[in-house]
Design a protein. Structure first.
Length: 318
């Protein structure tokens, strides 16, 4: 029998030219990437016409295993090559979640450790705080990755200021959830920029939901990049990007693909539905988003507080 799926509809007067829509769910709105993919690996596969991509001028590709998880590293060094892939120059790491999907022994601990090690390699040094930002809409499951992850982030900035001796050796961490425009009336970038101006962090880590092109990658991979986050990247979106270029501090983005355009399930050449866009999620989207957002958060915690274990973090979070 075909797999059961959930779906939601997004109206649009001009589907072909559209890049970002507002989805209305219980009176709130969220961003959704409509065209293409947010995954750099998929963009490279589409451009090269091959499932297995290899290094080429302007793009270095390598693969390795870490803590039982398969990783694909892709670094774009040439602006022209990056333009062809509709991505900023930078490093892109794709983490395949097979151990999680197959419930292998210690999949959560090893997954969090894998995320942490890759994040640590990208984090800049310094004593300034790190700002962790959860993007998305808590009321819409497929877009709730960021807000749900923030509930598991170990926030320490206030504790270091009030009890410096007790928290000696901890990194300073602050967290921000931006909500959605319909609730706040303030753009995501404006909120992040305001807090950045106040905190002067050494780095911003953004957690968000992504759109995929392949059904097999829905809630099955994570993407980590030092190129920041460009909503609707490569499809003409004019909303302000969240990146070092616009904020003046390094921005790392960790994302989970949760949606795919429905016509991708019936063929590459299938035309979009007239007057509306249809998005599909896995049937167990609630469980996957809940579990994987927690794994992402624990990976961030371990990267920022390497002296702690997963058990320590659980105890401190209560």
């Amino acid at each position: 029998m075909p797999e059961k799926i959930e779906y939601f509809l997004i109206s649009a007067e001009d589907y072909i030219l559209a890049t970002i829509f507002c989805v209305f769910e219980r009176g709130v709105t969220t961003r959704v990437s409509v065209l293409g993919t947010d995954l750099a690996l998929e963009a490279a596969q589409i451009h090269m016409g091959a499932a297995q991509i290899a290094s080429c001028p302007g793009m270095e590709v390598r693969r390795k295993m870490r803590d039982g998880y398969a990783l694909t590293y892709m670094e774009l060094t040439d602006p022209e090559q990056a333009r062809r892939l509709e991505r900023p120059v930078g490093k892109y790491i794709t983490m395949e979640l097979a151990p999680y999907l197959h419930r292998r022994k210690d999949f959560f601990v090893q997954g969090a450790q894998c995320i942490a090690r890759e994040l640590m390699a990208l984090l800049p040094g310094g004593e300034e705080p790190v700002l962790v930002v959860g993007l998305g809409n808590r009321s819409l499951t497929a877009d709730a990755v960021g807000p749900l992850a923030l509930g598991h982030i170990l926030v320490t900035r206030h504790m270091l200021r009030s009890m410096p001796q007790e928290f000696r050796g901890f990194s300073s961490v602050a967290a921000l959830t931006t909500g959605v425009l319909a609730e706040t009336g303030v753009e995501t970038w404006e909120l992040i920029a305001a807090v950045t101006e106040m905190l002067r962090p050494r780095c911003i880590i953004v957690l968000d939901a992504l759109a995929a092109r392949s059904r097999e990658r829905l809630c099955s991979v994570l993407q980590l990049t030092d190129a920041g986050l460009v909503p609707g990247s490569g499809v003409g979106n004019q909303r302000k990007e969240v990146s070092e270029k616009t904020l003046g501090v390094p921005v790392l983005a960790l994302g989970l693909p949760t949606v795919i355009r429905a016509e991708r399930l019936v063929g590459e050449d299938a035309p979009p539905a007239e007057g509306e866009a249809l998005f599909v999620t896995p049937r167990d989207i609630d469980q996957r988003v809940r579990e994987l957002s927690r794994m992402m958060a624990y990976g961030v915690n371990l990267a920022l507080q390497p002296q702690l274990t997963v058990e320590d973090i659980t105890g401190l979070l209560g």
